[in-house]
Design a protein around this ligand. Structure first.
Ligand code: GDP
Length: 523
């Protein structure tokens, strides 16, 4: 194997969108085009029940939301595409945030009837903060939506990124004739049968269609020609470097449901999305994808994907080197040495043994408690630690205890695992060590409670503490008498002290009383 060639073929990305914009549907189309599945409707239990193999998905089905992110690897046109799915619901944005640390590009799916929605904006900001390229798919053109020009300006204004229209819709909904493809200088037609059976028709140098085709009689064609000229003169120029730097988003119109425009999108995506890049370590060294040493980091841990096996899988993003089954690695956090056996690759609807993987790939390691979110692994002697994954400051808190005191053991085991997975954050009150859970969104608690019962057979008592402002304080500045009824003193899972302030007023009051104390938040 030529490793450099292999790495060049990798495209690892996540799809970000507001719920219902069409992420699942477009994922299915990607799988269809890659030949990984044969018919739409097979990706998620939500749609067909086909893929709903495990317990943890039940809660997703019940609520119709996607709680966890999954990984799929497919071939497309000679490329190895790794799609990392992200939960769309904002309550799980921390999980999404970590996932975005493991990809090299993002695809943003926008419902053209709705434009930029709250969760699109939030996820865009995360992806943009990382400086990864963002490709935009304006979806649902088979329905009447907003004016394309309006959608593009909204994108630029609300998200603050320049846009380049790769193509332009001719009509929409019932009148949708297809796309005027500026980038490839051609038309892509929704009704090829009415135009001599051609899906694509080339345009001349002036950007116009020659010959006699029905689409030319459509007012939408005329309008698209005018708009294309306008965009060519006044719009942002196409700039592959700006795309790679995340400063310009190429915009594609289409319909995930009918599959229209998806292939054009994919073809451009594999051309302009980057292959795996160098990754920075805590020492600020760069690990190059072609370095000999195998390195990677764990961005997600998922327990009990298969209830029959009670397994726990750590998802590793490989950053350099070449993975082989059975190789030895060290976990940077603990210096523990492990042999990588029983590793998994995630295909469209199956899992298979991972025998070989390179930078950009994501493999699953069966975990018996060796890994935590954010861990780095490396082969050989040179220690490599990647930068820690960001954590959100939780805003909602719950006291939690086992209903049945005789079942302490499963309660503790369940909490420990779910916390290591990053599903929820755990605190203890400073003196009495009562358990307090911290979350970014309410649904995290519900998933926690459900999973503790279903996976660990532990029923829990939960008492809401409501919204709090969590602020960390260094141990040498701490005096436990600083704690009062308005600022509950706790320790996090690394035993670092943290105050949970009742509200902003309580924090301000505290700061006035102890002006020298430095209070810190997470992200
Ligand atoms: P997700 O929540 O982002 O994964 O969205 P889904 O892919 O589940 O889509 C949400 C709903 O929108 C479903 O009912 C889809 O069938 C529908 N949908 C997705 N893409 C399109 C599209 O291109 N056109 C139309 N008309 N509906 C779509």
């Amino acid at each position: 194997m030529n490793r450099a060639e292999e790495v060049k073929k990798r495209r690892t990305f996540a799809i970000i969108s507001h719920p219902d914009a069409g992420k699942t549907t477009i994922t299915e189309q990607l799988l269809l085009y890659s030949g990984a599945i044969r018919q739409a409707g097979t990706v998620k239990g939500k749609k067909s029940g086909h893929f709903a193999k495990s317990d943890w998905m039940k809660i997703e089905q019940q609520r119709g939301i996607s709680v966890t992110s999954s990984v799929m690897q497919v071939d497309y046109d000679g490329y190895q595409i790794n799609i990392v799915d992200t939960p769309g619901h904002e309550d799980f944005s921390e999980d999404t945030y970590r996932t975005l640390m493991a990809v090299d590009a993002a695809v943003m799916v926008v419902d053209s009837g709705k434009g930029i929605e709250a969760q699109t904006k939030r996820l865009f900001e995360v992806a943009s903060h990382r400086g990864i390229p963002i490709f935009t798919f304006m979806n649902k053109l088979d329905r009447d939506g907003r004016e394309p020009m309006e959608l593009i300006s909204e994108l630029e204004e609300v998200l603050g990124i320049d846009a380049y229209a790769m193509n332009w819709p001719m009509g929409m909904g019932k009148t949708y004739q297809g796309n005027y493809d500026l980038f490839n200088n051609r038309l892509e037609l929704t009704h090829p049968e009415a135009n001599g059976g051609n899906d694509f028709l080339p345009l001349n140098e002036a950007g116009e269609l020659e010959g006699n085709y029905e689409v030319k009689n459509s007012p939408w064609y005329e309008e698209a020609v005018e708009n294309a000229q306008l965009l060519n003169e006044a719009g942002n120029p196409f700039d592959a470097e700006a795309i790679q730097a995340g400063k310009l988003t190429p915009v594609f119109f289409g319909s995930a449901l009918t599959g229209f425009g998806v292939q054009t999108f994919l073809d451009a995506f594999v051309d302009f999305a980057p292959a795996p890049q160098a990754v920075e370590t805590v020492e600020e060294d760069l690990v190059n994808p072609l370095d000999e040493q195998l390195t990677g980091f764990i961005f997600k841990i998922q327990a009990n994907m298969d209830p029959r096996h009670r397994d726990r899988i750590a998802f590793v993003r490989i950053c350099s080197g070449e993975f082989h089954e059975g190789m030895d690695v060290t976990v940077a956090r603990t210096d523990k040495k492990l042999k990588l056996n029983n590793t998994t690759r995630f295909m469209a609807d199956t899992r298979e043994h991972a025998s070989l993987a390179v930078a950009g790939d994501i493999i699953g390691l069966y975990d018996t408690g060796n890994f935590q979110i954010g861990d780095s692994i490396y082969s050989g002697k040179h220690k490599v630690s990647f930068k820690p994954l960001p954590q959100f400051t939780p805003e909602l808190f719950m006291k939690v205890s086992p209903k049945n005191v005789m079942k302490q053991k499963s309660f503790h085991k369940g909490i420990k695992q779910l916390v290591e997975e990053g599903a929820i954050q755990l605190y203890k009150t400073w003196h009495t060590e009562e358990y307090i859970l911290g979350a970014v969104g309410q649904l995290q608690f519900e998933v926690f409670q459900y999973r503790l019962l279903n996976e660990y057979n532990s029923e829990v008592e939960m008492t809401p503490l409501g919204n709090k402002i969590a602020r960390w304080i260094s141990k040498d500045q701490l005096d436990p008498s600083m704690s009062s009824s308005r600022n509950l003193l706790c320790k996090d899972r690394f035993d670092q002290p943290v105050f949970l302030f009742e509200n902003q007023f309580a924090e301000n009051w505290f700061q006035q009383k102890y002006p020298d104390v430095q209070l810190e938040s997470l992200l």
